[in-house]
Design a protein. Sequence first.
Length: 268
Amino acid sequence: MGRAKHEGAADDAAKRDRVFDGLADKFAAGLYGTPRGAIRLAVLEHVLPRELPADARPALDVGAGLGQMSEWLARRGHAVTLVEPSRDMRERAMVRTAELAVTPLDATWQTLAERAPGPWGLIVCHAVLEWLAEPRDAFARLASLLAPGGYLSVMVFNRDALRFSNVVKGNLAKALDDRLEGLGKRQRLTPISPLTDAQVRAWSQEAGLSLVSVTGVRIFHDYLADRDVSPEKLDQLIELECRYCQQDPHWRLGRYLHYTLFKPETAS
């Protein structure tokens, strides 16, 4: 009875999760075809090579989207299992990684323990938890699949930055009422579960993970009066974003927060 109740709750959560079927074109053009996407990838390229292992261990990319991170990992020598429940996103990702050691997997976080049990030496999960009805449970699942000595690269949509952005836009009542969650319907891309730094740190501690670093992603761009920057200004903006992305207090207002986490070896 207990197991059936748990499975029923998981099924209910899965129904409330946001899966981006039919939005591959929107993501390709509206995010990665803009300065926002360029900055996001540039900041990750700046910090990840010195924080993640370079020993070509197998990697699990959860909620891989269009496959940018799977491609990056594969080009660094990792054999990648690309997990993406949206079929059109997954198909786009496989075209992108066709010549690389990337294996697609149609799965949700609820089925990872059965479909991709690992344990994994490296797990990447970027911009996924904020679209889930139960992000804490999903985080715990990722941690449980991590091998001792393994690394978790997780990026989340920053609730505090979302509040600040709403104030800048004049949505004062919304900010005062803390009505920051999106509804997850239609094509609106305001996450249903924006997260705070305190939540991620607490969940990491619960899971026995050590914090290697935290990085703010897009700490300046989203507050510009004119975000349609020229290529020259984009280069300057990327330089600024990379320079201050891990400096306090700047990282705290990144639209996304990226965490590199480590699972210590089990004491003998």
